[in-house]
Every structure is written in C-alpha cells, then in structure tokens.
Ligand binder design. Structure first.
Ligand code: FHN
Length: 652
C-alpha cells in the first residue's frame, strides 16, 4: 500500500459506449453511464452503439500527460462498466472494442502511456453486467430477455476469464477497482474468490472493497465480519473524520455525472475540487477524481481546465498532499492540515480555506518548538498563548485557490489533545478496566474521580484503572508539569444485566413470519396475518433476498455468561433487533447493506430475541453478529439459538 498512501491523488475515467448518447435519450438529457437502464433501452437498441464506436480523437499519451500534470499519481479506467462493453479486446466476447469499427485496445494503449509517464495504472471492472446472457438478475424492467438459459456459474467463469485476461495480458496492473457488487447474486464467497484470483495473478495488485460484499453503502468503508478488500471506497462523499489505520479513497465527479453528459453544466470550481483534495488528504485518504471522456476520445474542455488549475496548485503545494499523513489536530475552523516527518523535525502544512480578516491564525495545542513558519516565500512570526500558536499572516491570502502555510517543528509532533479514555464499553456488569492514551509519549495523563479539574498534583493515570461501580473519570494531559489541552470526561456505568427468562425447553432456531408489500419503514405487523411462516436454524437459512417483503424473526438467544454484549446488525433495507424486551439496534429506514451496532447487558441464560427486517427494491441483506463488548464478532449461529447453553462456545 505504500505507493498508494503516498500518492493521495488519482484520475478516475468513466468511458464507454454511453459517451455516444452523451446523456441524452428521447428528449431527456440527464442520463449518464447508466443510460441503458435509466432510459430502459432494449439490448438490441443499445448494441447499435457498438457500430458507432470510433473515438478517433483518443490519445492515451495526452490523457496520461494531463493526469501527471494535475499532480495525480495513478489512473483507474473502466475496462467494462455495467453495460458490459469492454474497452479491451477480450478473447471471450466481441461485445468490446474488438467488435467495433475502432478495433484499438484502449486499455493496452492507456496502460503503456501511464507507464511512460510514471503513473500507476488501475482498472475499474463491473461485476454487474447487463449484457452477458448468464448474468443475473436481469434489470427489473427487462422482461424481453428470458432467464431460463442463464447460468450464473457460467457468468462467473466469464468474469474470472476477463479478469485473468486483464491481469495477464496488460502488463503490471496496480489497482483492481471492482464495482456493481450489490445485487443479491454476488456474495462473500464470490468476493473472496475474485480477490484471491487477482492476488494470485499479480500479488502486488491492490483490490478495493467492492470486490466483496462488505462495503457499508456509499460511505464506503468495510464492515466487520472478515470481508476482503484493501481499501474503503466512499463515493461522492468524504468521511467526517479520518479513520486511523484505515485505508480509504473517495471517488468524486467534477460535475454530476461519471460518464460524459453534454448537458451537465454543474461543474465544481477548481477551488472546490482542491479543497476536496485537501480535505481528503487531511483525513488520511485518497481522492480519485473522475473525468468522463467524450465519445471521440477527448476530455471535455471544462475538465481539461480543472485538471490544469489543480496541477498549477499542486506545482506550488503538492508537497502538502503527496506523502503526507492525516491532520494532527481536531477540527480546524479555518481549514485543514496535513504533515510529514522531515528528518529530525516535523513539517506541518496548514491549508487555509478562510483567511483570517485580522491576520491572526490560531493553531491549537502545538507542543513542539517552532523552527520555521512560512506562507509561500513570506516568513511568518509565531507567538504562543494559552490555546497554542498565534501566527501573524500577511494581509492578503498567499494563494488564489488555497493558501498553504508550512510550520516546521523540532522533533516528533507533540499535540495537546484530550487524552483518550478507552474501555471495552461505556457500560459494565461487574468490573471494567479503563486505559488512558496520551497524544504523545512526552505527555502524562492525570485524573480525578470527583468531577474536579485534574491538577499537577492529581494522580497519574495508571496503566489500567479498575472500576467496580459507576464512575465519572476526568482526565487531562500535562507537559513538563503544566496542564495542556482540553480535559476529557467520561462516565462508565455499572448496569444490572437483563435477567434470563425461565423457559424449560426453548424451541431451537427462529420462527420467521413473512409479509409481502412495499415498505419505506418497518411495518407494524403485530396484528397482521403473515403471508408465510416457517422455522429456520438461523438467519443464514432461507436468507432474505426478495424485494417488497418484510420479516419478523422470533426466538431465544442462549447467553453463555453474564456480560455486556455488542450486536452488529447489517441490513438492506431497514431492521431492528430487540432482546429481553429492549431495542438493542434500531436500523430502520431505506438504506444499502450497512451495519449498525448496539450494546446490552445480559445475564447468562435464555433471552427472547426478535429481529424485524424489510426490503423495498434492489439488493437485500440481513446479518447479525455478536461478541462480548470489545471481543471479536462472530455470526449469531444456530447453536446460539438452539438448546445448548454455549451460544458462543464449541458446539456440543
Ligand atoms: O453504478 C456505479 C456508477 O455508475 C459509478 O461507476 C460509480 C463510481 O464508482 N459507482 C457505482 C455507483 O455506486
């Protein structure tokens, strides 16, 4: 991952037959790369575009040069989007450039050009395929294409076959960027197999998390539960905060469409795009910025202009992006920050979105000595106050798009932040160990248990503080005997575990009642006769996959020992978990396969459990995992719903 983390910035390219209609169809002009589905174009009609595919203006070298000049370090291009048309000449089909009048191999040409320009080369490949006769499911409206002869296993062979072609005949591929993994025919088994296929063919290739089914919706991060994928893929959004130790890349359009749309005038300004790049880098992520080339093989002028403007800024300030780490500070009201180690000192970059009218910029909690501060070629004078550094800036911003101040600090960064108070959970049934984490080894943490402000003579936080009753801990960091940074205060509550129910021989498994219908939220089902009812051993048996359906599962959970348990409920669409009459996870509403967790203290024994779920249209998903708080989750399997009392132990 080292090159990828250093890169921070890449070019996404959505190019294919959908560029021919340029977003317009039968009088509407808001289509994109989904036009075949959005405009319900019958396959035979759409296939006519292949005969028109002849991008004589395609110049791979020009594309690579523009990406390089923009400060991008890698390129990811669609080999095949959902329409199935290949930009490479596959031996497995002629639904590709080989079957078009153009007959050139765009993937081969662009790969070679990227390598000539020192760019890494990645491939976007759609799992979902609206053309291949064996792909399932069909588009809901596409009733004219029968499925009797469709064999998804044959499609898997085709998918693996094309991935093999791409990873054996096109040189070094640095990223495989899968997409279209959300339909019910794709699952964790297929995802693991495809991931390992890629790694077996090119061991250094990076594979995104959309190869598997662990992506938590458009927020893009990978859920718990052992899903594969080397980085998370937020789409059209930037996480609110960086996620320490998590590799992620936000993909973004420059206007409102991925594929070329001639009518789309909603282009983001260069400043907005640069601020997005800065925001992403300040949170330790990568930005994959998209261009949708036109059908003739040229980039839209407005995209070319933006790439050039970004490149000019990167020429001035690219060192504040490439090879940097996520901000040392909490939220900064005036902008963002990144940093890197530079020999024996630390270089901090301050990207100023809102230039202070009074010329004074506050940088909170800097514990190191400042060895230099500059804005461009202007020296900056710094002084200290109780809140940290005060920097006196020039009257006018030092950069038209996004000024960057460099701040050189002696040694490893020391930032005065709240100490973190860490424990398995905020509630406990018997005892709880709490640890305090200081922001830097040179800082010590002192604390009180009586809500008073920690002082220099307050006790130092031990390696671990053992609690046996509800306790509020107030802690603060100290540097050279002086309190620095804001205090942290957290209450850990001792709670009574829910008592088990006295039931002699609880029925094993789950009773599942099913209702058909179109729901936007979990329906009130108590007084509705079910359309179907059956028993299952656990959620995996007869897993919900249908559209327009609601289910209620009822059973008994065997809890092996009294403790606080964390439950993780993943569902598409809404769901709710209740145990011992308490709502543990309320995950209602229309959403993709996303995970939500909840905690509950349970006494050893048997507890009634209810899981409500519904799915409107599209993909369906329902999974439940659990663990003693802080432990490794595992699915709630049949044996936890059976007659045994070792719900989490070995099967007896
Ligand atoms: O359906 C695709 C869409 O066309 C586009 O490719 C984006 C960009 O990653 N991904 C999917 C939507 O989430």
């Amino acid at each position: 991952m080292a090159w990828w983390r250093e890169a921070r910035f890449g070019l996404f390219l959505h190019w294919g037959l959908y560029a021919l209609p340029a977003g317009a169809w039968q009088g509407k002009t808001d289509y994109g790369e989904w036009i075949r589905d959005s405009a319900r174009i019958p396959l035979g009609e759409y296939e006519k575009f292949r005969e028109q595919w002849n991008p004589t203006g395609f110049d791979a070298d020009a594309w690579a040069r523009m990406a390089k000049a923009a400060g991008m370090r890698y390129v990811v291009i669609t080999t095949k989007h959902h329409d199935g048309f290949g930009l490479f000449d596959s031996q497995l089909t002629d639904w590709d450039v080989g079957g078009s009048p153009w007959r050139r191999d765009a993937i081969a040409e662009l790969g070679a050009a990227c390598r000539r320009h020192g760019l890494r080369f990645g491939l976007y490949h759609s799992i979902m395929d609206w053309h291949h006769p064996d792909y399932l499911p069909r588009r809901g409206w596409e009733t004219d294409r029968g499925t009797d002869d469709a064999r998804f296993s044959r499609y898997l062979d085709f998918l693996h076959g094309q991935v093999k072609e791409l990873l054996t005949a096109y040189g070094k591929i640095d990223v495989m960027w899968f997409d279209g993994e959300w339909e019910a025919t794709w699952n964790h088994t297929h995802g693991q197999a495809l991931y390992h296929l890629c790694r077996s063919l090119q061991p250094d290739v990076l594979v995104n998390n959309r190869v598997d089914v662990g992506r938590a919706g458009m927020a893009g991060m990978t859920k718990g539960g052992g899903y594969v994928g080397d980085f998370g893929t937020p789409e059209q959004e930037v996480p609110a905060a960086g996620l320490p130790g998590v590799d992620w890349e936000s993909c973004m359009t420059m206007n409102r469409h991925w594929g070329w749309n001639a009518a789309d005038t909603a282009w983001k300004s260069p400043t907005e795009l640069i601020r997005t790049l800065v925001d992403v880098a300040s949170k330790g992520g990568n930005l994959l910025l998209n261009v949708g080339p036109r059908a003739d093989g040229t980039f839209p002028e407005l995209a070319v202009e933006r790439l050039a403007a970004i490149g000019a800024w990167m020429d001035r300030h690219g060192e504040s992006i490439h090879g940097t780490q996520a901000s040392l500070f909490g939220a900064l009201p005036w902008g963002r920050s990144t940093w890197r180690r530079d020999g024996d000192h630390t270089r901090v970059f301050l990207q100023v979105f809102d230039w202070p009218a009074d010329g004074v910029l506050h940088v909170p909690g800097v514990g190191n000595a400042v060895t230099a501060a500059r804005a461009g070629d202007v020296e900056i004078t710094c002084s200290r106050d109780a809140d940290g550094l005060r920097m006196l800036l020039p009257r006018e911003p030092t950069d038209p798009l996004c000024p960057v101040i460099t701040l050189d600090l002696a040694g490893e960064p020391i930032v005065y932040r709240q100490p973190e108070l860490l424990a398995a959970a905020p509630i406990f049934t018997d005892t709880l160990h709490v640890r305090a984490k200081a922001p830097h080894a040179d800082l010590e943490v002192r604390y009180t248990l009586d809500d008073k402000e920690p002082a220099a003579n307050s006790p130092r936080f031990p390696d671990s503080l053992l609690l046996t009753a509800t306790t509020t801990i107030t802690a603060r960091t100290f540097h050279r005997g002086a309190a620095v940074g804001p205090k942290a205060s957290r209450t850990f509550e001792r709670v009574a575990p829910a008592p088990p129910v006295e039931i002699a021989n609880p029925p094993a498994g789950l009773q599942c009642d099913v209702w058909r219908g179109s729901f936007d939220v979990l329906p009130a089902v108590a007084d509705r006769t079910a359309d179907a009812t059956f028993r299952v051993a656990d959620l995996d048996e007869r897993a919900p996959a249908a559209e327009f359906e609601a289910r209620r599962y009822r059973g008994f959970l065997h809890v092996p020992e009294t403790a606080v348990y964390e439950f993780a409920l993943t569902s598409d669409d809404g769901s709710r978990l209740s145990i011992a009459g308490q709502v543990v996870v309320d995950h209602d509403g229309l959403h993709g396969a996303e995970e939500k967790t909840g905690l509950i203290a349970l006494a050893a024994g048997v507890h009634p459990l209810t899981i409500d779920w519904f799915n409107k249209a599209g993909g369906a998903a329902l999974q439940l995992t659990w663990a003693p708080a802080g432990g490794a989750h595992e699915p709630v399997r049949g044996r936890a719903l059976g007659h045994t009392h070792d719900g989490r132990g070995d099967a007896r």
